[in-house]
Design a protein around this ligand. Structure first.
Ligand code: HPA
Length: 286
C-alpha cells in the first residue's frame, strides 16, 4: 500500500505551481487578512492575484468579507505573499485542510507570518475600532491542525511558549508610535463558531484571561510555528463581545468596523512589515 502524499510534499508542489506564475518573486513575509481587512491588497505593488480555486489543495473560503485570493507583490518595498481571506473551521473544513495554505506559504519561503482577524472585545478597557496586538492565545476551538500523521519537517510536539514573537510584537509597538495608530495588546481566545458566544461564555473567557474572542487565526499560528516561522498578529476589535454592549451581534457590524479602521490598519501594517523585514534580514529565523 503506498503512503498518501505527505502534506509538506503536496504544499511544495502547490508552491512550485505558484512560482511558475510569479517568476522572480520570493516572498519573505506572509500576511493573512481577516474579515473585511482584505482591502490592504490594494497597496501591494506589482500585485499578481491568484484565486484560491486555482491552487491545488486550497480550501475555498465562503464568508462575506473573504475574497479568496493569494496576492504576491511588495508591501513597503518588502516581497510579500498575502492571503486575502481564509477558510474557517466552522465552514466544516478540518483544521488540517483549513491550514494547508500556511504550509504552502512556508514552502514559498516566508520567514515571518502576520495574522489578522476581526474579534469581539472582552477587556473592559477596549472598545470597537481598537486594534490589538496578539500577545498570546487560548486555543478553544476543540481541535488542533497538527492532529493526524506526523508531517515531514515538523516536530511532533512544537513549543508554544513564545508562539507570538516577542521581537515582532515590539516592532508592532514601534510601528504604532511611528504612524500614530494606537494599539492595545492582549490575549486572543479562538472558538469554533459559527454562533457568537453567550454572555455567560464571555464572562468565562474573561476569567480565563481572554481580552478578545474570535473564530480563526490560532490554527494557522500553530502550523506556522511547527514550521519554525515567526508569527505576529493584530485583532481588529469590531464589537463588544456578547453581553458587554447594548446591541445584538451581527456580521454586518463586524465588517462595517473593519472598513472604518481600514486606513489605520494599512498604515500600521506597511510600517510594521518594513521594520519586520529589517529584523528578519538582521537575524534570520531559527
Ligand atoms: N465573537 C466571535 N468572533 C467574532 C466576534 C465576536 O464577538 N466579532 C468578530 N468576530
Amino acid at each position: 500500500m503506498s503512503a498518501p502524499a505527505d502534506l509538506t510534499e503536496r504544499a511544495g508542489r502547490s508552491a512550485a505551481a505558484i512560482r511558475t506564475r510569479s517568476p522572480g518573486v520570493s516572498p519573505r513575509i506572509g500576511l493573512v487578512l481577516g474579515s473585511g481587512l482584505g482591502g490592504l491588497t490594494d497597496c501591494i505593488e506589482g500585485a499578481l492575484r491568484i484565486p484560491y480555486e486555482e491552487i491545488d489543495g486550497f480550501p475555498e473560503p465562503g464568508v462575506e468579507g473573504h475574497a479568496g485570493e493569494l496576492v504576491l507583490g511588495e508591501l513597503g518595498g518588502v516581497p510579500c505573499v498575502v492571503m486575502r481571506g481564509r477558510a474557517h473551521l466552522y465552514e466544516g473544513h478540518s483544521a488540517r485542510l483549513a491550514t494547508f495554505p500556511v504550509r504552502v506559504l512556508a514552502e514559498l519561503g516566508i520567514q515571518a507570518l502576520f495574522l489578522s482577524n476581526a474579534a469581539g472585545a472582552i477587556n473592559p478597557d477596549f472598545v470597537p475600532g481598537d486594534l490589538m496586538i496578539i500577545r498570546d492565545h487560548l486555543n478553544l476551538t476543540g481541535t488542533n491542525p497538527l492532529v493526524g500523521p506526523p508531517v515531514s519537517g515538523e516536530p511532533r510536539f512544537p513549543d508554544m511558549t513564545a508562539a507570538w514573537d516577542v521581537e515582532l510584537r515590539s516592532i508592532l509597538r514601534e510601528a504604532s508610535n511611528e504612524t500614530g495608530v494606537p494599539l492595545q495588546e492582549g490575549v486572543y481566545a479562538a472558538l469554533l463558531g459559527p454562533s457568537f458566544e453567550t454572555p455567560a461564555e464571555i464572562r468565562m473567557l474573561g476569567k480565563l484571561g481572554a481580552d478578545a474572542v474570535g473564530m480563526s487565526t490560532v490554527p494557522e499560528l500553530i502550523v506556522a510555528r511547527a514550521r519554525g516561522i515567526r508569527c505576529f498578529g493584530v485583532s481588529c476589535l469590531t464589537n463588544y463581545a456578547a453581553g458587554l454592549g447594548d446591541a445584538a451581534l451581527d456580521h454586518e457590524e463586524v465588517i462595517a468596523t473593519t472598513h472604518r479602521v481600514a486606513k489605520s490598519f494599512r498604515d500600521l501594517l506597511t510600517a510594521a512589515v518594513t521594520a519586520a523585514d529589517r529584523c528578519l534580514t538582521a537575524a534570520p529565523s531559527g
